[in-house]
Design a protein around this ligand. Structure first.
Ligand SMILES: [Zn+2]
Length: 84
């Protein structure tokens, strides 16, 4: 485990599908409401969501689920999730 794992437990991730591009972007459910309106990469707005692929998963769960559908997931969002 990484040394800041206690902080990481607070972050919950939600994967949403963008109705305009069909791509999946990751939203951090722990951030305050203003930031939560945009994906981690800030290029997708929550109002453009058509589908929750998963909702409020821990980092470990989110990474595992993302690895199964990595083709369409925004790589910028993935990068942000790994950094956190
Ligand atoms: Zn993204």
């Amino acid at each position: 485990m990484k040394e800041n794992s206690l902080n990481k437990l607070k972050s919950k991730f939600t994967l949403k599908e963008d109705k305009n591009t069909g791509e999946y972007h990751i939203f951090d459910s722990f951030e305050d409401a203003y930031f939560w309106d945009k994906s981690l990469c800030r290029s997708m707005e929550r109002v453009n969501s058509v589908n929750n692929i998963f909702f409020c998963k821990s980092e470990e769960e989110a990474i595992e689920l993302c690895s199964k559908r990595d083709r369409k997931i925004c790589t910028v969002c993935m990068g942000f999730m790994y950094v956190k």
